[in-house]
Design a protein around this ligand. Structure first.
Ligand SMILES: [Zn+2]
Length: 276
């Protein structure tokens, strides 16, 4: 599933290419009706046709397309969604469910193999994204903000990091990578982290996300950027999906466990369980 670095990479790709363009036509495939829940395809089309794209922002893993007239199109890619900017004459992409034709002979295509993504129209994007925790790459995201967001939780720290209401944007890849970088066992109860643990975790979350952004996201399965290209960060992860391979720091085999139902990768020596 695309996480913060993947969504932000796509956003940066698309923004200069679609900002200022008008939407001249909308096409939604008949099998994609669940994607536009909250509106019928005809209603969806009539509400956005003719509007200009004034901006593209991100909140957590959500894209927020700012349209003229105070309307927002909120897009969530979920498992297999992709947002692609293509020349209108470019060959069809696989699994395209919705196409916005722009006034410069290009298209914004929403492709989604499993049809779990969502496209929602709203006059207030907050109604769609709901309550989300702080943005970990914001300048305002300090160690104290992280402490405030997670420090009283009794759940395993891995589970808390995945909770979008606690912290926005992390998924399975970057939660595992951040905990490894911070040398914190994924099953440690969040409220047992010391001040030093919290500071290390704060630094690690930011570094791991920035590194992934530098590598244009991680393409373990379906993720592609706004031009349809794979990211490179899957070649740079330290523990994620490296079960049984030697830890780059200590040489011990990377372990895997279920934490809160999610497959979790960690080094048993670098991330000892003490304090849990
Ligand atoms: Zn290790």
């Amino acid at each position: 599933m695309p996480e913060l670095p993947e969504v932000e990479t796509i956003r940066c790709d698309l923004l200069p290419r679609i900002c200022g363009r008008a939407i001249i036509a909308v096409r939604i495939t008949p099998d994609a009706v669940p994607l536009v829940d909250g509106a019928s395809p005809a209603e969806f089309e009539s509400r956005i046709k003719g509007r200009r794209i004034e901006g593209l922002s991100r909140r957590g893993k959500y894209f927020i397309l700012h349209l003229s007239g105070g309307l927002y199109l909120v897009v969530h890619l979920r498992m297999t969604g992709a947002l692609l900017h293509r020349d209108a004459r470019a060959p069809a992409d696989r699994y395209v469910r919705a196409v916005l034709s722009l006034d410069d002979n290009t298209e914004l295509r929403f492709a989604d193999l499993r049809k779990l993504g969502r496209l929602r129209l709203a006059s207030d994007p907050g109604e769609v994204v709901g309550r989300l925790g702080p943005e970990p790459l914001d300048v305002a995201f300090t160690a104290a903000v992280l402490r405030q967001a997670i420090g009283r939780r009794k759940a395993p720290i891995k589970t808390v990091l995945l909770d979008q209401r606690a912290l926005a944007g992390l998924g399975n890849i970057y939660a595992d990578e951040a905990l490894f970088a911070a040398r914190i066992h994924p099953q440690r109860r969040a409220d047992t982290l010391t001040e030093a643990d919290n500071r290390r975790l704060h630094r690690s979350i930011r570094r791991v996300l920035r590194d992934a952004l530098d590598n244009r996201g991680a393409s373990f399965r379906d993720y592609v950027d706004g031009g349809g290209r794979e990211g490179m960060h899957q070649f740079h992860v330290k523990v994620f999906r490296r079960t049984g391979q030697p830890c780059y720091v200590c040489g011990v085999e990377v372990a895997r466990a279920k934490v809160g139902g999610r497959s979790t990768h960690f080094c048993p020596r670098c991330q000892p369980q003490e304090g849990a």
